[in-house]
Design a protein around this ligand. Structure first.
Ligand code: ASP
Length: 310
């Protein structure tokens, strides 16, 4: 495996191999000296054309804990803001001899296009509304840790599905692992063509959160992405919170063992209440900590593992 562009490129065995390696990587987090020699001498560029807290810092920490040299670039501080084309910019960086570029870009498909231009490995760290594969892998890792194998487990993915790259990657990942998935959103935030996809792939669609919650093992709340919305997708924030938010009242609808996930950043009071975000069954911070381990595993599989280009 040279690139990580889409979950669609991974088989069930590939996903499980990444999750299993992440389990051993997770132990590093509890050590006093958090350093493995695995990627000594390797250079990784984090190239982020969109804001990020979790993804960028956890990829950087992952690289550092594995002894790679990591460098952060953003669209703003580079020659892209002087009018240089994306192709020229990434070819320039590639020519310096880096081993990997981790790319976040507002255009869906940008990492794939870059992978066709350059020689180094490319990781998609979120492209427009398309995919966010490392997020789906860390979500699967976190839920699997809590619930055991995900085959046959029921996961609801709720909220702003239209604008969500997390949804697309999670749907592919969870279905590949054999989980049952139900998507819940107001009709205005259901992606176009989802009914045909659901029929072909065997997942469910619902507009009734109260009816779905008692049946799930995990509920994944997605952020309302106002920065990607050009029109009015729902009347008011209050109405959205009442109809589709994970409110304190809705917590009581969950089975005892059911867990709550959110990829972050959270809009507290909108898609998720403080009661849900801070509940004992909330895995939100667990997802963040798993993010480092899973990203270490991704770096390992692409740069050092069997079948890598090293
Ligand atoms: N952090 C995730 C992403 O970059 C989710 C979000 O922004 O809502 O896609």
């Amino acid at each position: 495996m040279k690139h990580l562009l889409s979950i669609a490129d991974l088989s069930q065995d590939d996903i499980l191999a990444i999750l299993d390696t992440a389990t051993s990587m997770h132990e590093v987090q509890d050590r006093e000296v958090k350093k493995l020699p695995t990627l000594r001498g390797r250079t990784i560029i984090n190239f982020f054309f969109e804001d990020s807290t979790r993804t960028r810092s956890s990829f950087e920490i992952a690289g550092k804990w594995m002894s790679a040299d990591t460098i952060n670039l953003t669209g703003k501080g580079t020659s892209v803001s002087k009018g240089e084309s994306l192709r020229d910019t990434v070819l320039t960086i590639d020519a310096m001899g880096v081993d990997m570029m981790i790319i976040r870009h507002p255009a869906s498909g940008a990492p794939k296009q870059i992978a066709e231009w350059v020689d180094c490995s490319i990781v998609n760290a979120g492209d427009g509304t398309h995919e966010h594969p490392s997020q789906a892998l860390l979500d699967a890792y976190t839920m699997r840790r809590e619930l055991g194998e995900l085959e046959g487990r029921h996961v609801a993915i709720v909220g702003d599905l239209t604008h969500s790259r997390v949804l697309r990657s999670n749907l592919l990942c969870l279905r590949t692992l054999g989980a049952q998935v139900t998507l819940v959103a107001p009709p205005t935030l259901m992606p176009a063509g989802i009914a045909a996809w659901a029929a072909a792939d065997g997942f469910e669609i619902s507009y009734d959160l109260d009816a779905v919650l008692p049946t799930v093992d995990a509920v994944m709340m997605l952020r309302v992405q106002r920065e990607r919305m050009s029109g009015g997708y729902f009347p008011t924030a209050k109405e959205y919170a009442v109809t589709y938010g994970l409110t304190a009242r809705r917590l009581s609808l969950l089975q005892d063992h059911a867990v709550i996930c959110h990829p972050g950043p959270m809009n507290r009071g909108l898609e998720i209440s403080a009661d849900a975000a801070d509940a004992a069954r909330s895995l939100v911070l667990g997802q963040v900590s798993a993010g480092v381990a899973v990203r270490m595993s991704i770096l390992y599989h692409l740069l050092a593992g069997e079948g890598s280009t090293s």
